[in-house]
Design a protein around this ligand. Structure first.
Ligand code: HSE
Length: 398
């Protein structure tokens, strides 16, 4: 149990300021920001300038500071800050999903070596406490699958297009202005941000370290009015739904793809910047978590919860990793997809196991059929360059 947390904060952007507000309105927590390290010397700040430094060592080498809170955009710099902090015996709280997902195994090992706390609830689904729940509540549960809406910006764009009839480019700009989107918004719309979050969730749900590059990922940037019309006619919405699922006793499969969602489903009403997570398990059955996935205060609240956990030396135990029940990530998995395309040559190398529906029109064409994910992975880079749109139908098939 720590007497008082002395915080060194990296970054004072949307989340950093959100955290500051959240901290200021909290009376019970024994935590105080000692210093804030920022990059931009010209930016006007809303608190006294003597809080700020531009030299990371002022925080990392300060023996008074016992907790580093890392909320910057640059994943490489974040990695350097976080690893140095742990090596200096400081606890770390971070919201940087790219940095966490890309170095997960090494960071977990470093945390074990240095006996520090390394917490990252805010990296995954903003205000939804999904990591802590997977760690503590589902620690002995047989999880069949975890899926959901993990990216607020792409969900904001899809909701505005579906519910309000807005154009893709306009709503992307709006998501950027509202501060949900990444500095490089292709991370949001191409599913990469969601993939990082899926990789983090997978470690806590199944105990496996997955290389993000090995996860099949296609986002929403190629969506067209034809896809929206198709979904609407059938009573569906289209959502970007990262999924990890048990394939058998020892293997899991995972991917990031848009998915058709019918009106009875939990994710149907998860709109705008909200996130939702559906966990399916043997005993607890289906459970649904819902909350704001982006923005300063919601993300700040998750950071606050991790800071609070550091006061009692909370650490993730990675219980599923130590149970060794799931042993392999397999890409050999059948998925039913809707594939919209314009040019026949764009789909000639896509191998379907079976096709149940096809449409050839004047303006566009589509197919519905079953594919093996490993066949799609083998042409993933080529698929990204084509004007096609793929949606997981979510249907069970024989
Ligand atoms: N760009 C991210 C999103 C921010 O839209 O969900 C929160 O991780």
């Amino acid at each position: 149990m720590k007497d008082k947390l002395k915080l060194g904060l990296f970054g004072y952007g949307i989340v950093g300021q959100g955290l500051h507000d959240v901290l200021n309105s909290n009376n019970g927590l024994r935590a105080e920001i000692v210093k804030i390290c920022v990059k931009d010397k010209s930016k006007k700040r809303r608190i006294p300038m003597d809080y700020f430094t531009y030299d990371k060592n002022d925080l990392l080498n300060d023996p008074k500071i016992n907790l580093i809170v890392e909320l910057i955009d640059d994943a490489d710099e974040a990695y350097s800050i976080v690893t140095t902090a742990m090596k200096h015996g400081k606890d770390v709280v971070t919201a940087n999903k790219k940095m966490v997902a890309e170095h997960l195994q090494e960071l977990v090992e470093l945390q074990e070596e240095t006996q520090t706390s390394f917490l990252y609830e805010a990296s995954t689904c903003g205000s939804i406490p999904i990591i802590r729940n997977l760690e503590e509540y589902y620690d002995n549960e047989l999880l069949y699958s975890v899926r959901g809406i993990f990216n607020g910006s792409s969900n904001f764009i899809l909701s505005k297009m579906f519910n309000d009839g807005n154009e893709y480019a306009d709503v992307l700009k709006e998501a950027q202005e509202l501060g949900f989107a990444e500095t490089d918004p292709s991370l949001d719309v191409d599913g990469i941000d969601a993939k990082y979050k899926l990789v983090i969730i997978t470690l806590h749900a199944y105990g496996l370290f997955i290389d993000p590059d090995a996860v099949f990922t296609l986002g929403i940037s190629k969506i067209s009015k034809y896809d929206i019309n198709y979904a609407r006619e059938k009573g569906f919405k289209i959502k970007l739904v990262p999924t990890v699922t048990k394939l058998n006793d020892t293997d899991i499969g995972m991917f990031v793809l848009p998915r058709f969602i019918s009106s009875g489903k939990y994710l149907y009403n998860v709109d705008y910047e909200y996130n939702g997570v559906v966990a399916e398990a043997a005993f607890s059955d289906k459970q649904f978590f819902y909350g704001k996935g982006a923005g300063g205060h919601p993300t700040g609240s998750a950071v606050l919860s991790d800071i609070s956990a550091c006061t009692y030396d909370y650490k993730y135990e990675y219980k599923k990793k130590n149970q060794h029940s799931v042993r392999r990530y397999s890409t050999d998995m059948l998925v039913e997809i809707y594939l919209r395309y314009y040019q026949k040559y764009d789909i000639e190398d896509i191998k379907f196991q079976s096709v149940s529906e096809y449409y050839y029109g004047n303006n566009h064409n589509y197919l519905i059929g079953v594919i093996n994910l490993k066949d799609l992975i083998s042409i993933q880079e080529k698929l990204k360059t084509r004007d096609i749109f793929i949606v997981n139908t979510g249907r069970k098939f024989d």
